[in-house]
Ligand binder design. Structure first.
Ligand SMILES: [Zn+2]
Ligand SMILES: [Zn+2]
Length: 240
C-alpha cells in the first residue's frame, strides 16, 4: 500500500494519521474532543482499531487532550518522551515563554485560559517511554522513526518518515494565531535548542513539514528562514 497522510483539524491544532503497512496517529488534540476524532475517522474511512500507536509530540494540553479517550477507542499504545510524561500522567502544565513580542503577548493573554484547559486533560499512563535515542516505527508498519527534538518542551519529539515527511509538533508554527507564515515557534522553553534540532532534522533529509499548528509546507521555506537566522551557514542539507 502506498503511504497515506490524513489531517485531523481540532480547532487550531492539527493531528495526523499516517497509514503505510500499519497505521499510527500523531497527537491527540484538545480535551473532550473525541467525537471530532470519531467523525474524522469515519469520514476518512479509518477503522479506529487499525491505529496501533499514538505518538504525542509533546505534553501541552492541546496535543494530548484526547489521549486517554483515543487509547480506549483504538486500543493503541501511547508513546511519549520521558521528559514530558508528567503532563499526561500527572496533568502538569507550564506554558512555555514567548520568544518574540507576539509570543510574549499571547503568553500573557492566554495563560489563565491555558491553565484551566490543561487541568481538563484526563491522566493516562504512557506505554512506550521514549528517551534520547531514535525509536524506529517498523514494528507498527511505518517506515520511519521518532526522534527527540527538544526545545519547545524538554520532551518534544518528531516523527520522520523515510520518504521525507516530517511531523514536528510545535517545532514550527504556521498560520494564525501564531504566525502569518511558516517559521520557528513563537513559544519555546529553549529556542536555541530548537534551532539545533532543525539543523539535525534537515541533515537527515526532509522534504515536507507537517506542523502541529497550521498547514504543511516545503522544507525549502524553513531552510530560508534558518539561513536568515544564521542557524544554517554552510552546512550540507540532505535532499530527498
Ligand atoms: Zn506546545
Ligand atoms: Zn500547540
Amino acid at each position: 500500500m502506498s503511504l497515506q497522510i490524513f489531517t485531523i483539524r481540532i480547532g487550531i491544532n492539527r493531528c495526523y494519521v499516517v497509514r503505510d503497512e500499519g497505521t499510527i496517529l500523531i497527537d491527540a488534540g484538545y480535551p473532550n474532543r473525541i467525537n471530532v476524532f470519531r467523525r474524522a475517522f469515519r469520514k476518512m474511512q479509518i477503522d479506529p482499531g487499525e491505529i496501533r500507536l499514538i505518538v504525542l509530540t509533546h505534553g501541552h494540553f492541546d496535543h494530548i487532550g484526547c489521549a486517554k479517550d483515543l487509547k480506549a477507542l483504538t486500543g493503541a499504545r501511547i508513546a511519549m518522551h520521558e521528559k514530558d510524561l508528567m503532563y499526561l500522567e500527572a496533568s502538569r502544565f507550564t506554558a512555555p515563554p514567548g520568544v518574540n513580542l507576539w509570543g510574549k503577548l499571547m503568553h500573557k493573554l492566554l495563560f489563565p485560559f491555558l491553565n484551566r484547559a490543561s487541568s481538563k486533560v484526563p491522566t493516562e499512563k504512557v506505554d512506550i517511554v521514549l528517551n534520547d535515542e531514535d525509536y524506529p516505527l517498523d514494528e507498527f508498519g511505518v517506515k520511519g522513526k521518532i526522534v527527540h527534538t527538544p526545545g519547545h518542551t524538554p520532551g518534544s519529539v518528531s516523527v520522520l518518515l523515510d520518504t521525507g515527511e516530517a511531523f514536528l509538533g510545535c517545532m514550527a508554527h504556521n498560520g494564525f494565531p501564531f504566525r502569518l507564515r511558516p517559521g520557528l515557534p513563537i513559544f519555546a522553553e529553549d529556542i536555541e535548542q530548537i534551532k539545533e534540532c532543525w539543523k539535525r532534522v534537515l541533515q537527515q533529509g526532509v522534504k515536507m513539514i507537517y506542523p502541529g499548528h497550521g498547514p504543511s509546507f516545503s522544507v525549502k521555506v524553513m531552510e530560508k528562514v534558518l539561513r536568515k537566522e544564521k542557524v544554517l551557514r554552510n552546512e550540507k542539507i540532505l535532499r530527498k
